[in-house]
Design a protein around this ligand. Structure first.
Ligand SMILES: [Zn+2]
Ligand SMILES: [Zn+2]
Length: 303
């Protein structure tokens, strides 16, 4: 399993066996069988674990004190709150991607969807047909094909498709997605709105904190990288602004605040850097120093 996990099974298996002075030539031929058996077991274990986690999330939702969280649809399926995001193997035009649905209460993986655009055997078969080595009608040898996404389609489109697949399958386990924490990708939400069965309730979108911070970082680092004519923001300013923004978001989520206060305190993100702390929360060292009647001098001067 360790060799399988490393990802270069037969090569490493051979090396280790040679160190042990065991004849290793045949391991390559056995390895595919071992890997297939292992993959099936890993898949089975994952599926069992994921369905157990979904049951835990449903139980926790039912037992929740928050009445807003316990909702049912017309068919008696319980609504769950969860976060969803896709991870790609590589940044652009990735051959595969995996989406996880993570429960808000249990923080466990409730469902996952893997899309793959490539399969070596199918690819080699197509190449042989194109080169005229075999007939076009000839079928590829029977194999455990993992290609479940059109190779010509964009890998970015996988995210919306995976979300739709996950949401459509949830009613099979007597639940549906009531609240969805997701990045600001409109394609996924519009796909869910348009293509989920008409009887299914649509999930309500909630913004993902990390994605919001990342979006803010992108903007401030954009200013830092701009010419001096456009902005005098430096990378150090951008880093501090991003950190203040992350603190602000965290503080506002964790505490119970009125809307007016949330709006007022957002100015602290910039004002804190100018050593003005009237909008800062108790996390700010200047506010802490003031509460203890101590003097405060910032570690870094802005100008
Ligand atoms: Zn295949
Ligand atoms: Zn402050």
């Amino acid at each position: 399993m360790a060799l399988h996990e490393i990802g270069r099974g037969p090569t490493h298996a051979e090396t280790i066996l040679r160190f042990l002075e065991v004849p290793a030539r045949s391991i390559r031929y056995h390895y595919t069988n071992i890997r297939t058996k292992l993959s099936k077991k890993i898949e089975e274990t994952t599926n069992n674990s994921v369905s157990r986690c979904l049951e835990v999330e449903k139980l926790m939702t039912r037992a929740s004190d928050d009445s807003e969280l316990v909702v049912y649809d017309d068919r008696g399926n319980i609504g769950i709150a969860a976060a969803m995001d896709m991870h790609w193997q590589i940044r652009k035009d990735s051959p595969s991607g995996v989406t996880y649905l993570v429960g808000q209460l249990s923080k466990k993986v409730l469902s996952r969807c893997i899309y793959s655009r490539s399969c070596r055997l199918c690819f080699e078969h197509q190449k042989k047909i194109q080169a005229g080595k075999i007939n076009a009608e000839e079928e590829v040898t029977t194999h455990d094909c993992k290609m479940n996404y059109l190779p010509s389609s964009s890998s970015k489109g996988m995210e919306a498709n995976a979300a739709l697949e996950i949401c459509s399958k949830l009613p099979e386990t007597s639940c549906y997605l009531a609240k969805l924490v997701i990045d600001d990708d409109t394609a996924t939400l519009s796909k869910l709105r348009e293509e989920l069965p008409t009887w299914m309730k649509r999930p309500v979108k909630y913004a993902d904190r990390n994605h919001r911070v990342r979006g803010f970082r992108h903007q401030v680092y954009g200013l830092a990288n701009a010419t001096a004519k456009v902005s005098r923001t430096t990378k150090s300013h951008a880093a501090r602004l991003k950190r203040n923004f992350a603190y602000y978001i965290g503080e506002m989520i964790n505490g119970q605040h009125e809307l007016q206060e949330i709006v007022r305190r957002c100015y602290a993100i910039v004002k804190h850097m100018f050593n003005e702390h009237d909008d800062c929360t108790t996390g700010c060292p200047a506010v802490q120093a003031k509460a203890q009647n101590k003097n405060y001098s910032p570690k870094k001067q802005l100008l």
